[in-house]
Design a protein around this ligand. Structure first.
Ligand code: NCD
Length: 316
């Protein structure tokens, strides 16, 4: 693994190794003194061209707990807002001597393009995709699987329902790949307007099922559901009306109090955040005993520590 641009970059074995290291990092998180010397003397730049709360701060904490020097740069407040091209911005910051680059960008494929430019000009600077447009968000999928695996044990043969705004979701696109690699089966559920076009062929190839009927899926139409992952309705990426009203969306596709009551009480509930409470997820579901939302956040630091460690110091 030279970069982590997509879940395609990691094999099931490598995911296993990332999880093993993450479990050790997770223990560090519970210590009073959280620093490890693993990346001392290394510099990591977080380049965020899109808003973020947990992804950005968890990459920052992850780098700092590994003793790397971490610099955060966002589009607002950098020369990108003065018209500098992405290529110039990236070559400028890497010319300062950085050892790793974490990038979030609204354009699908931007991190891969950045990795390509860096190969052409500076040799191997590992690049981590922290979410690119509607393409992928590999560290999110890894932390989701890590969280679920800690709760359920092996994911082999487990069935996960991924529900919501699939069209705009990079979390879904990375998760169907990682869950398949770990042996889980997946059913994705969305209203027809938020089901990505071309999903029929892709789902066949990638081996996941699709449905428009959340109640049927939760009732076991595709087999007992072992975990439910709710996705945010991404209004900032929507130009037209994808559903008549928030209320209709919640009634059709939200994890409402009613649907929660029909789940086995210990069925894990995931959401990558930020949550629209009352839209895709009810407060009762978000705060349920079986909700793993905050476990995902804390796993996010451990998994990102592990990914940075494997990419920047893995061979030592
Ligand atoms: C996700 C993202 O940014 O893709 N959030 C996250 O990284 N925690 C999902 C979302 O924004 O809905």
């Amino acid at each position: 693994m030279r970069h982590l641009l997509s879940i395609d970059d990691v094999t099931a074995e490598e995911i296993g190794a990332i999880f093993e290291t993450a479990a050790e990092m997770h223990d560090v998180q519970r210590r009073e003194v959280k620093k490890l010397p693993a990346l001392r003397g290394r510099t990591v730049i977080n380049l965020f061209f899109e808003d973020s709360t947990r992804t950005r701060s968890s990459f920052e904490i992850a780098g700092k707990w590994l003793s790397a020097d971490v610099i955060n740069l966002s589009a607002k407040g950098s020369s990108a807002s003065k018209g500098e091209s992405l290529r110039d911005t990236v070559l400028t910051v890497t010319a300062m001597g950085v050892d790793g680059l974490v990038i979030r960008h609204p354009a699908s494929g931007a991190p891969a393009q950045v990795a390509q430019w860096l190969h052409e000009s500076r040799g191997a600077v590992p690049v981590v995709n922290a979410g690119d447009g509607m393409h992928e968000h590999p560290t999110q999928a890894l932390l989701d699987a890590y969280t679920l695996q800690r709760r359920l044990g092996s994911l082999e043969g487990r069935h996960v329902a991924i529900v919501g705004d699939l069209t705009h979701s990079r979390v879904f696109r990375s998760n169907v790949k990682s869950l398949a690699k770990l042996g889980a089966s997946v059913t994705v559920v969305a209203p027809p307007t938020l089901m990505p076009s071309g999903v029929a062929g892709w789902s066949k190839e990638a081996g996941f099922a699709t449905s428009y009927d959340l109640d049927a899926v939760l009732a076991g139409a595709n087999g007992r559901v072992d975990a439910v992952m709710m996705l945010r309705v991404q209004r900032e990426r929507m130009s037209g009306g994808y559903f008549p009203s928030a209320r209709e969306y919640a009634v059709g596709y939200g994890l409402t109090r009613d649907r929660l009551a029909r789940l086995e009480p210990d069925t894990p509930i995931l959401h990558p955040g930020p949550m629209n409470r009352g839209l895709e997820i009810s407060p009762e579901a978000a705060d349920a005993v079986a909700s793993l939302v905050l476990d995902q956040v804390s796993a996010g630091v451990a998994v990102r520590m592990s990914v940075l460690y494997h990419l920047l110091a893995g061979e030592e």
